[in-house]
Design a binder for this molecule. Structure first.
Ligand code: HEM
Length: 469
């Protein structure tokens, strides 16, 4: 292998012990949330382009805006997912390439386009309020991360499944969690391992979604639905298929539904959790957000749902969300595979090698963000002052996140109700964090709640009744 590679001008660095390389050291740093330091040490030693070996593959580590531009726009770099993710999610948008990917992306982008998002703001609003009534109203202390996960799972399921969402969440919320947890695990299917549990949950979820998809398909075949009627996402995909707009099978649709739910809820719940975490330390930012949100709330009648116009007025809140995404990007980097030999900054990247760009490093680089560890939403007052390809929480290029608008609206709706109804205080001043692979507070970020706008007596009784079983 070494003789073979000698024909290339490879980047500096070392591939470590065969097969193992730097895998354990990197995974260890991720689990201890010291990966930023780990990457920085390598960058200091070898520069912005270096080679290493992780998860059994020689990998080129890149950092900086030029690297982000390269990784997101180069046609010869294919999106790479871990073997675990491919086994868990089958043929979903997260693992597809070629024509199938084009068809799936185009259908999903059609469903997530802003005019459509406008139509489900009301649905998101209802779901967020329901979750708050169920899980926050009667509690003095809540763990933010599990509650945010529950909330974002409920929102995406209401859009994907429509009426069947409640049943799916009741039956499968724990399985979605196990499936999400298994994505960065070692892919050996042994019971009681993370991966083994993830595979069992994946089979259970797939079976439940397939049954629902078959029932919906029958209704579509009886022409009891059409796209204009604003159907749930599964029905929408089945209608497009019946009209010949794509050639994905029912099984493909089922796998894609799983992929979209996993892509949507873990990321958005991380954003909501860390926004709350940062706001506990930033009273001035929280005061400005509260002012903005109170003004919107005061202009609405009791029970009125938020509209897209209301969300568009949450300008400062969205800047605080972007600042959270800058400091804590839920997806901290992007993996690609070289489909052929390519060059970057004079170095060769041989065909089959992996390329990893760590956007989290660029987000905290003082050359692009002044005083980078400071939480300062006003740095987004003038977006054009942020250099291109230096702020990429949603990725870029042809594989850019199709759920950006959905995530923005969902986060703003959730923050509206959390900020207008509660004040929160961290139970632990110093919580430990791990990357798993998303940044996760080890104890789930427990906070003490205080009411700003107490719930109606009926809501409080309802929640108490449900919680007391
Ligand atoms: C704060 C929330 C979110 C963040 C930070 C986020 C971030 C990202 C990033 C960085 C990628 C690209 C990864 C790469 O190129 O390597 C991505 C892809 C993707 N995201 Fe999101 N996302 C979020 C919310 C959502 C939502 C709400 C949905 C669905 C409704 C969604 C669906 C997807 C899908 C399907 C892909 C794969 C696209 C493809 O491979 O072509 N995401 N996301």
């Amino acid at each position: 292998k070494h003789r073979f590679y000698s024909i290339y001008n490879l980047p500096p660095g070392d591939l470590g012990i065969p097969v193992i390389g730097q895998t354990f050291s990197l995974l260890h740093s991720l689990r201890r949330n010291t990966d930023d330091q780990w990457f920085r040490t390598r960058i200091k030693k070898y520069g912005l382009v270096s080679k290493m070996s992780v998860l059994g593959s020689p990998t080129v580590l890149l950092a900086g805006p030029a690297a982000n531009h390269f990784i997101f726009t180069n046609d010869s770099l294919a999106l790479t997912q871990t073997r675990a993710l491919r086994s868990l999610l089958g043929r979903s948008i997260l693992t597809m390439n070629g024509d199938d990917l084009k068809q799936m992306r185009s259908a999903l982008q059609g469903y997530l386009r802003p005019e459509m998002v406008r139509r489900y703001v009301g649905k998101m609003d209802e779901e967020v309020r329901r979750q708050i009534k169920l899980n926050w109203v009667v509690c003095e202390t809540v763990s933010v991360l599990p509650m945010a996960r529950r909330l974002t799972l409920a929102v995406i399921c209401s859009v994907v499944f429509g009426q069947e969402a409640g049943t799916i969440i009741e039956a499968l919320a724990a399985d979605f969690q196990l499936l999400g947890d298994a994505i960065l695990s070692f892919p050996v299917n042994i019971p009681f391992t993370r991966f083994g549990r993830g595979m069992r949950s994946s089979a259970k979820i797939r079976k439940a979604i397939k049954r629902i998809a078959q029932e919906k398909d029958e209704l579509v075949l009886q022409e009891r639905h059409d796209v204009a009627s604003f159907p749930d996402f599964i029905t929408y995909m089945l209608i497009l298929r019946s009209q010949g707009a794509h050639s994905l099978t029912l099984e493909d649709i089922v796998d894609n539904v799983m992929g979209i739910i996993i892509g949507a809820h873990g990321t958005t719940s991380t954003l909501i959790t860390f926004m709350i975490r940062h706001l506990t330390n930033e009273p001035d930012v929280l005061a400005k957000i509260t002012e903005e949100q109170d003004e919107i709330a005061d202009n609405k009648g009791t029970g009125d749902v938020l509209t897209l116009e209301d969300v568009s007025r949450m300008k400062y809140t969205w800047k605080a969300a972007m600042e959270t995404l800058r400091i804590v990007p839920p997806v901290f980097g992007s993996f690609r595979t070289a489909a052929k030999d390519i060059k970057y900054q004079g170095y060769d990247i041989p065909k089959g090698w992996k390329v990893f760009a760590a956007q989290s490093i660029t987000h905290l680089d003082s050359r692009f963000f002044n005083d980078p560890t400071k939480f300062d939403p006003t740095r987004f007052d003038n977006r054009s002052s942020i250099p291109p390809y230096s702020f990429l929480p949603f990725g870029g290029g042809p594989r850019m996140c199709p759920g950006t608008e959905f995530a923005r609206v969902e986060t703003m709706v959730a923050m509206h109700y959390l900020v207008t109804q509660f004040r929160w205080k961290l139970c632990f001043k110093e919580e430990t964090y791990k990357k798993d692979p998303k940044l996760t507070p080890v104890f789930g970020l427990p906070v003490e709640l205080e009411w700003r706008r107490p719930p109606s007596a009926a809501d409080a009784w309802n929640a108490l009744y449900i919680h007391s079983g």
